[in-house]
Design a protein around this ligand. Structure first.
Ligand SMILES: Nc1nc2c(c(=O)[nH]1)N[C@@H](CN(C=O)c1ccc(C(=O)N[C@@H](CCC(=O)O)C(=O)O)cc1)CN2
Length: 294
């Protein structure tokens, strides 16, 4: 079997072109969506993700406001930048790029974001609404990577209801919120959330109809772990050196040979990453529409 490719680049392009019309409508009605980003330090991956977010905004007609702090920034500097972003009228939503440099308190930073401007859905109020599954949750932003995964599965007609999902990794941006999202009413999957202390990871993956690997261990998921026909989404990314060229390259958590067993496979790069960026834009647009009363 050769898996159907879950193409994040093409799917994100479709999402963005749908958003462009909604953005034009907002602008025509006097609401200008503006995404702020707060980047602290010089991590090359984070720099490139933030640059990508600003490029995406320009592409679809969202204003973008960039705040960069040096790696030497203190917690007080970060909190002051967050206060400024909360107060800035041109910023309708914003993100704090994660991870913050060692020594800075990420939870305190996320908690200080005005929940109505939380474009990442990572403020405790918005995550709390996801936990509660309350009606208001529909008006709250969802974390971008989990939302992107579900949107991609939906667009490729991969069945979710009643299916067994194994998520590898319990991080804040992917694993934890994804478990909540897949189990909420309407999606109705059964989820096993695994982590570094899970006793028999291969067995947990083998019984899954959908596997999401978000752990950052190159080629952890091997073909003999995967149920034939399963959908496998590769989220974790590691920068490694190419043995032949000596140059840096990106490697995902899934062995490419899984394509011979799986029914669907999202590559990495080119899968969930572009969808993460597209869902961020969708969150910004949704928040601006709420301002308009939509
Ligand atoms: N505040 C947040 N921080 C982080 C999040 C997040 O959702 N909010 N997620 C990740 C990083 N991330 C977005 O911020 C992100 C990661 C990867 C991609 C992406 O498009 N990747 C490309 C490959 C890019 C490359 O060449 O490096 C791909 O998969 O094709 C977009 C966004 C952690 N931090």
């Amino acid at each position: 079997m050769t898996a159907v490719k879950l193409d994040g680049v093409a799917t994100a392009a479709a999402v963005k072109s749908e958003l462009a019309g909604r953005i034009a409508h907002l602008r025509a009605n006097g609401v200008v969506p503006g995404l702020g980003t707060l980047l602290v330090g010089d991590d090359p991956g984070s720099r490139s993700y933030v640059a990508g977010k600003h490029r995406d905004c320009a592409e679809v007609g969202i204003e973008s406001i960039r705040v960069d702090l040096p790696a030497s920034a203190t917690q007080a500097d970060v909190m002051a930048a967050i206060r400024d972003l909360n107060a800035a009228p041109e910023v309708t939503g914003y993100i704090v790029q994660l991870p913050l440099p060692a020594g800075l308190d990420e939870h305190a930073a996320l908690e200080a974001i005005d929940p109505s401007k939380d474009a990442d859905g990572l403020h405790p109020t918005n995550l709390g609404r996801l936990v509660l599954g309350i009606e208001g949750e529909l008006r709250s932003p969802l974390p971008c990577t989990p939302a992107g995964i579900v949107e991609m599965l939906r667009r490729y007609d991969v069945p979710i209801r009643g299916k067994h999902v194994t998520v590898i990794g319990r991080g804040l941006t992917v694993g934890r919120p994804l478990g909540l999202l897949f189990t909420r009413k309407g999606l109705d999957a059964t989820v096993t959330l695994t982590h570094s202390r899970t006793l028999d990871l291969a067995a947990e993956v083998r019984r899954a109809d959908i596997v999401v690997a978000a752990v950052g261990v190159p080629h952890l998921v091997r073909p003999d772990w995967v149920k034939p026909g399963a959908a496998v989404l590769d989220v974790g990314i590691t920068r490694v050196e190419d043995e032949e060229t000596g140059k840096g390259k990106l490697t995902g958590d899934v062995d490419p040979a899984v394509a011979d067993v799986a029914g669907f496979l999202s590559p990495n790069p080119g899968g969930v990453g572009p969808m993460t960026r597209a869902m961020l834009l969708a969150n910004v647009v949704k928040a601006a529409e709420l301002k308009l009363g939509g």
